[in-house]
Design a protein around this ligand. Sequence first.
Ligand code: RB5
Length: 153
Amino acid sequence: MKIAIGSDHGGFELKEEIRGLLTGLGHQVMDVGCHSPDSVDYPIQGREVAESVASGRCERGVLVCGTGIGMSIVANRVPGIRATLCHDLFTARMGREHNDSNILCMGGRVIEPGLAKEMVKVWLMTPFKGGRHSRRINMIDLPEQKNDSFEAH
Ligand code: RB5
């Protein structure tokens, strides 16, 4: 799979670990930086990864900043992106099953590398469940649509 990765200084070390994991698993990795622990502004790397996924140049993306919050805000501004900020194996799996996540966001100052790498593996191998979740995803870009028939699960 072709996967874009990016971070700011707060996620630099974890992003480096994730690049090693992904290349070791045989994926083609496009690393947009940052390339050192020096301070950078996360919207630059966040937007570049999100645009590479939205355009189809890459199938998935992984973004890491200190908390993962800034990266998820930036990535979700790009049409077509469903960036999921995850903190554990459950959220990593559910982001794929229910939200068809195409970008995984994590906090380099929140999650230890061993867990983060397990999350990446789970996120990559979990398929989207479709069904009612497809309907909900289609509703995300139709905010004017009134919907009164939600299933409660
Ligand atoms: C950088 O200090 C920090 O603000 C950034 O990595 C991220 O956590 C923002 O959401």
